[in-house]
Design a binder for this molecule. Structure first.
Ligand code: AYL
Length: 526
């Protein structure tokens, strides 16, 4: 019974370096190599160009009056320019909050309001949604757009600056200042702003570089199919690629042929996946038509990968293994990853350097030992500062420095971890977070419904699908379809309810908490 650490030695994490300086430390050496490419068009930027553009963008924002600690929202699919505004903001001590571009006007407005954002940037296709959200948020000063759209300021106007207003005197405190503010529902409730400091992100990048996620600037190419607004794409693809001089190919959406063609033509060496992408690579006939010979490794994270699927993909693509990583937005994100070439089916690997792990009994909190299932807790420099304006949720999640993941698992005799279940209420649809509390609040706003509970039901393709149990009011004649449509009209498509079941009562504890386990058990017994 003990705390488990990484078998690798601790890695030094600089405490006095700001994220942009850390990121670009070797950019001069990478020089005219291509850093970022837009998959569909081939539009590219070199490392030297990016280094200048980050400053140009930071300077232009400073002239607009955007200051240290101000918040800039990015509401956009993956584009090379996403990185320019992202690091431009962070470079002048601002905070970036990233928003899922599929969000509805209300969902966007909510995050803009909550995060205190003063600007938002989007693409022409979503400009109307951004403008409507702006009207609902007094603090938003302007909507920027990659390209052009009526009523929005073009992003290109920020690049016409000469860089001279980039603040020379900005004092970034890496341990305190929040670089990024992605949203996560954590173990319970509504999405909350996750405060990740410059130090948190640098820590995770240092850990990844040590823990065999290191890259060769001369050969390595990554593909950013997974969204950059999510911590996986943002840190574990974009930032880890750029800092090590690898080329990152951006894909704004999942188009099967384009994805495969980009892997082939750009000689991609590492493909970072979530289970539905692994499923596609394992099963889709198109895959055979493309050359994957440059791909050295496949990585999976963000949701559990079944052993059979892992086997199917390595057999088809003739790889020795697919490496699993585990993490959370709240941990910047990576806490575990399987070692290169190690074949432990179902394992998410060992802890990252500088990361301690323990498994505790879910009732008593007692420390458990090898092979015993309990809640996984992690402690390390990549663990967030806390949730924005929510000390209560922070205190419930981080106790004595230990981040309670809300995931259930165990470790084996070699210190490798296995995640077997989720204690927290979070639903994962294709790796995306679907917070049940959000859907329940919407259902309770329906005039015909009296009570509601949402749980995830297993699905081979999506991992889980949201299902609602609802109690109708009195003699209401509302139908299942109407309830589904009601929710679908208010949320991003991936959060839609896929099933609705009427029931007389929602099972609850004495204190009124929904007993989700009881509902999930009902599904299993069917
Ligand atoms: P969030 N197996 C099972 N469940 C997982 C796994 C995994 N490998 N990875 C993440 N999860 C679940 O904040 C788990 O419930 O971050 C966890 O608490 O959207 C939750 O997803 C966190 O969801 C990597 C490895 C990124 C992992 C990540 C995780 C980002 C997901 C890059 O290399």
């Amino acid at each position: 019974m003990s705390i488990v650490k990484s078998p690798l030695p601790d890695v030094a994490i600089p405490e006095d370096v700001a994220l942009l300086d850390y990121l670009t430390a070797d950019f001069d050496a990478y020089g005219d190599k291509v850093a970022l490419t837009d998959g569909p068009t081939g539009r590219s930027y070199t490392f030297s160009q990016l280094k200048v553009l980050f400053r140009v963008c930071g300077s232009a924002l400073t002239r607009l009056g955007f200051k240290q600690h101000d918040v800039f929202a990015i509401y956009s699919p993956n584009l090379p320019e996403f990185a320019i505004i992202f690091f431009g903001v962070i470079g002048i001590g601002g905070t970036v909050t990233t928003v899922n571009p599929l969000y509805t006007v209300d969902e966007l407005a909510h995050q803009l309001q909550q995060s205190g954002a003063s600007y938002v940037i989007t693409i022409p296709m979503f400009a109307d949604k951004a403008k409507q959200a702006m009207v609902k948020c007094q603090k938003i000063e302007d909507v920027y757009v990659f390209g052009e759209a009526e009523g929005c300021t073009p992003f290109s106007s920020l690049l016409r600056d000469d860089g001279s207003a980039f603040p020379a005197d900005v004092q970034i405190n890496p341990r305190e200042d929040v670089a990024v503010l992605p949203y996560s529902s954590g173990t319970t409730g509504l999405p909350k702003g996750v405060m990740l400091t410059h130090f948190n992100i640098i820590a995770n990048l240092q850990q990844m570089r040590q823990k065999s996620l290191s890259l060769d600037p001369n050969t390595d190419v990554l593909i950013a199919l997974l969204p950059l607004f999510h911590i996986y794409g943002m840190v574990a693809i974009l930032a880890i690629g750029l800092v090590q001089g690898a080329k990152v190919v951006c894909l704004p959406k999942f188009e099967q042929e384009l994805f495969l063609k980009c892997i082939q033509d750009h000689k991609v060496t590492r493909v970072s996946c979530v289970p539905p992408v692994v499923l596609f690579l394992a099963k889709h006939p198109l895959v055979d038509k493309y050359d994957f010979s440059h791909v050295k490794e496949l990585v999976n994270g963000a949701a559990p990968l079944g052993r059979e699927l892992a086997q199917a993909v390595v057999t088809r693509l003739k790889y020795p293994t697919i490496r699993q990583g585990f993490g959370m937005t709240e941990a910047s994100p990576v806490t575990h990853i399987a070692m290169e070439g190690e074949d432990l089916p179902g394992s998410v690997g060992q802890p990252m350097p500088n990361t301690e792990c323990k498994i505790v009994d879910i009732q008593s909190g007692k420390l458990l030992g090898e092979g015993e299932d309990g809640e996984l807790c992690v402690r390390g420099p990549q663990v967030m500062k806390g949730y924005l304006n929510n000390p209560e949720a922070t205190a419930n999640t981080i106790k004595d420095g230990w981040l309670h993941t809300g995931d259930i698992g165990h470790y084996d005799g070699t210190g490798n971890f296995y995640i077997v279940d989720r204690l927290k209420e979070l639903i994962k649809y294709k790796g995306y977070q679907v917070p049940p509390a959000e859907l329940e609040a919407l259902l309770l706003s329906h005039p015909d419904l009296q009570d509601a509970a949402v749980v995830g039901v297993p699905d081979p393709e999506a991992g889980e699908l949201p299902k609602a149990y609802v109690v109708k009011k009195g003699d209401s004649r509302v139908t299942e379809e109407q309830v589904m449509d009601y929710v679908a009209g208010k949320v991003a498509p991936y959060k839609k309810l896929r099933f609705v079941e009427f029931t007389d009562q929602i099972p609850k504890s004495a204190s009124g908490k929904i007993l989700r386990r009881v509902l999930k058990q009902k599904e299993v017994e069917r």
